[in-house]
Every structure is written in structure tokens, then in C-alpha cells.
Design a binder for this molecule. Structure first.
Ligand code: ADP
Ligand code: ADP
Ligand code: ZN
Length: 218
């Protein structure tokens, strides 16, 4: 049976950072809805053109568009054993659609690690985030600096700041998270699949909590 892990938490909580480690450790695909949108924007596909302004503002892309994109991605062969989902679902309608599609794929949501971080830390994390333009590895100028400034440790690629990581846009994203996404915490709690992690800890310590929660899946 394929295994699906859903990382949930506010923007900047560390979902992408932890999803990368987790997907490598468990040999699962890393499916990030934000990365999928940004890749479409970079290639200027129809989808990319449709969502570019939305991401720039920090608003949410409409559910139907997002659900169709993630469904296509989860049908790819590299997701046959399952996936670590990062940034999806973000609304109750997306969560319902996910349950339905995973049922069709013969699986279910096995665990939802919730990375809990205070709003103050989020702003500091996002405004200091630097991402590799080539391989997507995420760094932080203070909490996880690259060995050589401006260059990716993994591939030597150039690091860039995301256009939606300025303070004003960050505030809009956090407010969207609170109104649209945070209800999912209770939804997954009721479903008995949630594991809350203390996201204020260092990256390595959050990883330890995460792997311990995953080890308990049965
Ligand atoms: P973050 O690092 O803040 O968690 P992401 O990279 O996950 O950000 O998402 C970046 C942007 O992409 C969001 O602000 C939103 O515009 C769009 N997006 C990503 N995932 C979704 C989703 N599941 N539903 C709607 N919009 C999404
Ligand atoms: P998300 O995908 O939830 O938006 P990221 O994984 O991109 O979050 O992390 C946001 C920023 O915070 C990045 O610059 C990352 O290096 C940094 N970061 C991630 N986890 C931690 C942590 N536990 N402590 C300090 N900084 C962190
Ligand atoms: Zn790189």
C-alpha cells in the first residue's frame, strides 16, 4: 500500500526543509504544490501564466486548479510508493479531494506531522530564506547559511530570494493560513493521524521529532 505523509504548518514553518529529508529517508517522492506552481511560472505554461499574479500577492490559488495539478503529479510513476506532501492540502476542500484521490490510488493519509511555529519566528525565517535556483535546496542567512555566500552547497547553483518573501506578502500569507488552512489541524486531529512537532527547535531537532513520529506509523 502506498504511504502518504502530509506536512502541515504555517508558511516558513520548515515544511520544505523537513520534507526533503523525510522523502530521502523514506524513499518517497517530495510533492510540493508551491514548487509545482513556481516551475510552471518559470516555464510560462498556461497554468504558470494563470497563477503568477496570485503567488506574487501571497493569495491562494483556486481549489480546482490546485487539486487538478496535484492529482496529475501523484499519478506519476515516481509516486507509486507514495509521497511526502508539502503545502497541499491548504483548504478543507483540498483535504476532502485528497482523501478521495488517495482512495482511488489504494492509499490514505497515513500521518500528518504539524510543525507548530510562532508568528514572530515565521517572519524572521521567511525574510531570511534563500533558495537554490537550480535544485531548490533551501537555506537561511542566519539559521542554515550556505558554506559559500550566494552559492548552493549541493550543486553550486545561484541562491535567490523568493519574490513573495517580503514582509508585506508574508503577512498576507500568514493571514490566509490562519483563515483557510488552520482548520485542517482539527480535521486531521479528529481523523487520528496528527502528530504535533515543536517547530521552534533547531532544524535537526525537528527532524528527530518527525522521524520518531513516522516510526510509530503502523
Ligand atoms: P510556503 O513556503 O509559504 O509554505 P509554498 O511554496 O508552499 O509556500 O507556496 C507558495 C504559494 O503558492 C502560496 O502562497 C500560494 O499562492 C500557492 N500555493 C501553494 N500551495 C497551494 C495550495 N495547496 N493551494 C493554494 N495555493 C497554493
Ligand atoms: P516552509 O516550506 O514551511 O515555508 P522552509 O522549509 O522553506 O519552510 O523554511 C523557511 C526558512 O526557515 C528557510 O530559510 C529555512 O532554512 C529556515 N528554517 C527551517 N526550519 C528551521 C528551524 N527549525 N529553525 C530555524 N530556521 C529554520
Ligand atoms: Zn542547488
Amino acid at each position: 500500500m502506498p504511504m502518504y505523509l502530509v506536512l502541515i504548518g504555517p508558511p516558513g514553518a520548515g515544511k520544505g526543509t523537513q520534507a526533503k529529508v523525510l522523502s530521502e529517508q523514506k524513499n518517497l517522492a517530495h510533492v510540493s504544490s508551491g514548487d509545482l506552481f513556481r516551475d510552471n511560472i518559470k516555464r510560462q505554461t498556461e497554468l504558470g501564466k494563470q497563477v503568477e499574479a496570485i503567488l506574487k500577492r501571497g493569495d491562494l490559488v483556486p481549489d480546482d486548479v490546485t487539486i487538478a495539478m496535484v492529482r496529475d503529479r501523484l499519478k506519476q510513476p515516481d509516486c507509486a510508493a507514495g509521497a511526502v506532501l508539502d503545502g497541499f492540502p491548504r483548504t478543507p476542500a483540498q483535504a476532502a479531494a485528497l482523501n478521495k484521490m488517495l482512495g482511488e490510488f489504494g492509499g490514505k493519509v497515513n500521518l500528518v506531522p504539524y510543525i507548530n511555529v510562532s508568528e514572530k519566528s515565521l517572519i524572521e525565517r521567511l525574510t531570511g530564506r534563500w533558495t537554490c535556483k537550480s535544485c531548490g535546496t533551501v537555506f537561511h542567512q542566519k539559521f542554515n547559511p550556505p558554506k559559500v555566500q550566494g552559492k548552493c552547497d549541493k550543486c553550486g547553483g545561484e541562491l535567490a530570494q523568493r519574490p513573495d518573501d517580503q514582509e508585506e506578502t508574508v503577512k498576507n500569507r500568514i493571514s490566509k493560513y490562519l483563515s483557510e488552512t488552520s482548520p485542517l489541524i482539527e480535521f486531521y486531529q479528529k481523523a487520528g493521524v496528527m502528530a504535533e512537532l515543536d517547530g521552534e527547535k533547531k532544524i535537526e531537532d525537528v527532524t528527530k521529532q518527525l522521524l520518531a513520529a513516522v516510526a510509530k506509523i503502523r
